[in-house]
Design a protein around this ligand. Sequence first.
Ligand code: SF4
Ligand code: SF4
Length: 345
Amino acid sequence: MIRVKVGQLLRLPSVLSEMGYRVIVPTESNGVTKFADFATDSGIDLHYVRAINAPRDFLLPDGEKLFSYRSTATVTSYGLKIRFPTVEGPCPVTINAEYTAPSGRIAFFAIHPCHANSIRYLDSVMLSDPADPYYRARRDGMLTVVMECEEGDDHCFCVPAESWELEEGYCDILVRRSGDGFLLQPRSEAGKKAASRLEAQEELGSIKERPPKMRTSFRIHASEEDIDRGEAKGIDSCTLCAACTVTCPTCYCSDIEDRFHLVDPSNVERVRKRMSCQRRCYSMIAGGNIFLKTKEDRYRWRLKHKFPFSSKAFGISGCVGCGNCIAFCPAGIDMRRTVGRGTNK
Ligand code: SF4
Ligand code: SF4
């Protein structure tokens, strides 16, 4: 364990950058904290409680190009003309084998324990057989500097969600505020290597993560029956803005889109775009039928996916209790009213 002053801690992103990482840091602008690529003039926010985005946005970026292919599409005076398979033969489309996996190693600086656990959840989804090659390429070689929270805000519930502890492999350096400085506990070889490049004072002993102070205390009851029965207060006021899923560190649902360039429509890009289960089109199938018809259907579906479905499919909860879906919901919809039981809520 080492002790550093704030200036030394703030040197760590430069150290990681010199070690060849793409470094992602929390930055603050107009009162909103957002993770962004580190630059030497980045104003790093070490005091944030909540950020509007999460490691997911870098490991599984929205709008990622998967590959490109050549099509026989042409632009006519009637618009884009695409030749589909006919009785004369299949659609003469050639898939261009120009697939390149993303390269480079990512380091996340000063993420919180709930963020580290959101990566653990995404791993269980994206790396389960068959693993997503784009996610895997970004995930391999990742380094995390996890900064403990001392106290959550009104929306945090990582303690009831049991996501403040860190599994092995999800924290390379643990950081704790201590007096006018910080304690750093490297937990991996990569973490030790990075920490050894800081001017620091060695201290005896080690630190282990500890739970932050919560402003609310309750237990989560989130079986399918609990979610069906639970209150869905305020759901009629849902604006369908999708902020709850856009800002959720564990939401990974996506849609696939083929993008034609009007100048050269024979060149097509296949793109993976984020999709929200709170939108009507999410469950629309051919013929226009929609399975999740009402706002309440979609709300309960989101909670079922987060809790019982994820536990069954991956053996891990899909909610890390960060509270973003509550904090950023313009309609004040609070899932703790549906799945939380207990005191002081
Ligand atoms: S469901 Fe809400 S509280 Fe849970 S991880 Fe997503 S944004 Fe955070
Ligand atoms: S953030 Fe709130 S208002 Fe927006 S879609 Fe989600 S539940 Fe509805």
